[in-house]
Design a protein around this ligand. Structure first.
Ligand SMILES: [Cu+2]
Length: 378
């Protein structure tokens, strides 16, 4: 009788299992199907287009267009395969580069072949262009296209180096965002200097325009002096910023006085020299390692040394799901002793945990109370 009951239960569980797959879709798999669906959509659209085009009557195809004739004095290059060849050459070049990098250090031949192909196609284009050039009827004068000045009543600001200076400053500022605070500060000072200068220029220009309202005469803006002083200042700032960023100044074993503000950019700017080979390892060195996957820890019990600080390498393998490790007295529901930072997967943190008295603790995810384990300090 029990066996029959068991069979019925199994069958029912099977039905639930299958229906749950229909009711609760696997979103990951569905998302992965989106490109396929898009490709199918494109194919259907193209097929529809071909059918419609084939069915369209001749009148709907538009009148035949006359071959374009360029206006006088305009030279059109003759049709040429050179751009197509050059594109192919560029493709071969980049393919060679990729292959060479993939087989480093043995793939130079692919790179050289690609380079040769690109060079040959570009030379072919050059020859075509020179033939074109030789075929041109040379004209001595070109029509004047550039007007000598603005129309009357229109004021045009004078030439200025300010936009160039502001661009340089902004570039340094953005480099600072990437490489560290020293360059950021240099860029900010540069930006401030160039913007204040621009403001001054604009003020002077505005006053001149106002004066012109009364005198009826607006003097042309003089050509600006070369901003030698500003550029020298920029170079000095850039050199100082770069030196701080790469750690040239202050000397690493230098006096403590200058170390505090400058110490921070140096480690951020360049990775620790000794750490690069070991840093590749996916599991960082720590006293204990805990993995979270599918909203569960991989261990149910861990042991740590009592009475001294220790480290937990916590690997969150659930993409986009927040987890952490918190330590509670006695059991996972006891009073909280210590709480690690909550962070989204996939990511790894090494927690620095302060010393615990010997005894039994529970560890738990602050986000998912069902993720628990036992921690023994001894
Ligand atoms: Cu969790």
């Amino acid at each position: 009788m029990d066996a029959v009951w068991k069979a019925i239960q199994d069958a029912w569980n099977g039905i639930i299992d299958v229906s749950s797959k229909l009711v609760i879709p696997d979103w990951g798999a569905l998302v992965a199907l989106i490109p396929v669906a898009l490709a199918a959509l494109v194919v259907v659209f193209l097929a529809w287009l071909v059918v419609r085009y084939a069915a369209a009557g001749p009148t709907r195809r538009g009148p035949r267009r006359a071959a374009p004739t360029p206006p006088a004095a305009v030279h059109m290059p003759r049709p040429s395969f050179a751009p197509l060849f050059a594109a192919l050459g560029a493709f071969v070049f980049f393919a060679g580069l990729v292959i060479a990098l993939a087989h480093y250090p043995h793939g130079e031949i692919a790179f050289l072949l690609g380079l040769t192909a690109l060079t040959l196609t570009l030379l072919y284009w050059l020859r075509e262009a020179m033939r074109d050039y030789d075929a041109i009827e040379h004209v001595e004068t070109l029509p004047a296209l550039v007007p000598s000045g603005p129309p009357p009543g229109v004021h045009v600001p004078g030439p200025s180096f300010r936009p160039l200076l502001v661009s340089i400053a902004a570039a340094v500022l953005f480099l600072g965002l990437v490489f560290g605070p020293a360059l950021l500060v240099a860029g900010a000072i540069m930006l401030f200097v160039s913007l204040v200068g621009w403001l001054r220029d604009a003020g002077a220009e505005y006053r001149a325009t106002e004066e012109a309202d009364e005198t009826g005469h607006l003097p042309a803006q003089p050509a600006p002096r070369y901003p030698t002083g500003t550029l020298v200042t920029f170079v000095v700032l850039l050199v100082v910023g770069v030196s701080f960023t790469v750690g040239v100044i202050p000397p690493t074993s230098g006096e403590g006085g200058a170390g505090a503000p400058a110490g921070s950019p140096a480690p951020g700017g360049s990775p620790a020299p000794g750490g690069s080979p070991g840093a590749e390892s996916p599991i960082p060195a720590a006293d204990v390692t805990i993995v979270a996957q599918n909203i569960a820890y991989d261990v149910s019990e861990i042991s740590v040394p009592a009475g001294k600080p220790f480290t937990i390498a916590f690997i969150n393998k659930d993409a986009g799901v927040p987890h952490n490790v918190a330590i509670h007295r006695d059991t996972p529901t006891g009073p909280e002793v210590w709480k690690g930072e909550i962070f989204n997967g996939v990511a790894t943190r090494v927690y620095q945990v302060p010393a615990l008295e010997a005894g039994t603790y529970g560890f738990v995810c602050s986000v998912h109370p069902n993720m628990t384990g036992t921690l023994i300090a001894k």
